[in-house]
Design a protein around this ligand. Structure first.
Ligand SMILES: [Zn+2]
Length: 91
């Protein structure tokens, strides 16, 4: 049975995109191709680090999302101001 390891992981939009949809194509919208590739690697590495013990992140309750925050992303540690999205770490 799946158990909740952390029920309040707040991640940036980039991390959410990959956690929820495994899709990084949105990065190209803001960055050129080269920077998008670097950013995607960074985000994927961060997600892998969070999930290293066999835990996995799932998109959480969108009502707990923050529209604007300067808190660091709990996944990639980005402090870029923007939205933070609620995720749950499951085991
Ligand atoms: Zn992030």
């Amino acid at each position: 049975m799946a158990t909740i390891v952390d029920d309040h992981v707040m991640v940036c939009a980039d991390c959410l995109m990959i956690i929820a949809n495994d899709d990084a194509t949105g990065l190209d919208y803001f960055l050129d191709e080269e920077n998008a590739a670097v950013r995607e690697r960074n985000v994927r590495d961060s997600i892998a680090a969070v999930q290293r013990d066999g835990d996995y992140l799932v998109a959480g309750d969108s009502e707990q999302d923050e529209v604007f925050s300067t808190s660091p992303c709990d996944c990639c540690n980005s402090t870029l101001a923007g939205s933070r999205h609620h995720c749950v770490l499951m085991s």
